[in-house]
Write a protein that binds this ligand. Structure first.
Ligand code: 13P
Ligand code: SF4
Length: 371
């Protein structure tokens, strides 16, 4: 089925849905050749292999945000999830267009905080602490909607990624005595631990309970309030997986993403972003053995790439845990968006409204310019 616009025929996704991966691949290559330098493909490390190989640049969230801010391409096709495409739109120039091949590629963790609940939290904190703007720095993990970044920009707050969270928490606690950290409690807790903040000064804020389920005394005492969010992929990794692997391979190394729970991070030799994980395992001596606590596409790719060096790279959980939303970007959606683009039709543009984009850019720029 095809429908028409004023200028060109827009191909519907249903025309592409039944293509085999090989057919989709051929159409991706053909459309890219027609587009040339007008389009740049950015790919997150969790993308499936038959999408990842088409990326001009790959990276973690921080690297991809910087790349989006630097590229001159007219179109930025983002092979990642919705919040990443929003960041690219906010940081790119107005005449550039960001495209997300499947609009259903969200992030379940990002969806665990929304503006209404964060504003409700801020107002409850006002009742307890007086003016929260004078006492709390809001810090949002980049895995969040643009309007939450805008909230941070408007309240003297900032964005962080898994790479720079410790430096950002330092900065935030220099601005004011407390931090409200959302949406990932695990990244917040690990970062607070690294900064030497005692556990009783890091309290989980449950947005579904009055005052986050905390007493006024607990709120007064807390230095970091941790939003009750988590990543459904990284929550699968458990400390027992680390211990049983270490019992079998005492010479091996464990590396995890900071979205894993604190126990897993504490028992890991290294903790860091997806880019950090790739760089660390790649730079390790040949013949070393690794247990990796992050998404399966990344770990499988790393294992394949490094086996020639005699490195053994193993996924941490016994069950398959892919990021199902990252997985939504497939060769068929890539072919659909690129072919339409080559025919002059922009499908799935990501446009953050100006009233969110401007304050969100303030919070993002505080991060990008300082860290
Ligand atoms: P990175 O910024 O480390 O790539 O993490 C993104 C993410 O969503 C991890 O789940
Ligand atoms: Fe979101 Fe988790 Fe997927 Fe990362 S792995 S994009 S945090 S759901």
């Amino acid at each position: 089925m095809s429908s028409s616009t004023t200028a060109n025929l827009v191909s519907a996704f249903s025309d592409f849905a039944t293509l085999s991966d090989a057919q989709a691949e051929a159409r991706i290559i053909e459309a890219r050749a027609r587009l040339g330098q007008r389009v740049v493909l950015l790919g997150h490390h969790y993308q499936r292999e038959n999408v990842y190989r088409h990326a001009d640049f790959t990276g973690d969230s921080l690297k991809l945000a910087r790349l989006a801010a630097q590229t001159d391409a007219e179109f930025i096709l983002f092979c990642g999830v919705h919040f990443m495409a929003e960041v690219a739109d906010i940081l790119s120039r107005p005449e550039q267009t960001v495209i997300l091949p499947d609009l259903a590629a969200g992030c379940s963790m990002a969806d665990m905080a929304d503006l209404e609940k964060v504003e409700q939290c801020w107002s409850e904190l006002t009742d307890v602490l007086g003016t929260p703007d004078a006492r709390i720095t809001p810090v949002t993990y980049i895995n969040s909607a643009a309007d939450l970044k805008a909230f941070c920009g408007g309240h003297g707050g900032i964005v962080c990624t898994s790479t720079n969270a410790p430096a950002i928490i330092d900065w935030a606690l220099k601005q004011r005595e407390k931090v409200l950290f959302f949406p990932d409690q695990h990244l917040g807790r690990w970062t607070g631990y690294k900064k030497g903040i005692p556990p009783d000064q890091m309290k989980v804020w449950d947005p579904d309970l009055e005052n986050g389920g905390l007493t006024k005394k607990e709120i007064e005492h807390a230095r970091i309030l941790l939003w009750n969010g988590y990543c459904s992929v990284h929550q699968m990794f458990q400390v027992e997986h680390v211990r049983s692997w270490r019992a079998q391979h005492p010479e091996g190394f464990v590396i995890s993403h900071p979205e894993c729970n604190l126990d897993v991070c504490l028992e890991s030799d290294h903790v860091g972003s997806t880019e950090f994980i790739i760089n660390t395992v790649t730079a390790a001596p040949p013949g070393t053995r690794w247990l990796v606590g992050t998404e399966l596409n990344l770990v499988s790719r790393l294992a394949e790439q490094l086996k020639a060096q005699g490195k053994i790279v193993k996924f941490m959980a016994p069950t398959v845990c892919m990021c199902s939303t990252m997985q939504r970007i497939d060769p068929q959606h890539l072919a659909w968006t690129l072919e339409n683009l080559a025919n002059g039709n922009v499908v799935n543009p990501i446009r953050v409204p100006l009233h969110d984009a401007e304050p969100a850019r303030v919070a993002l720029s505080r991060m990008l310019e300082t860290f």
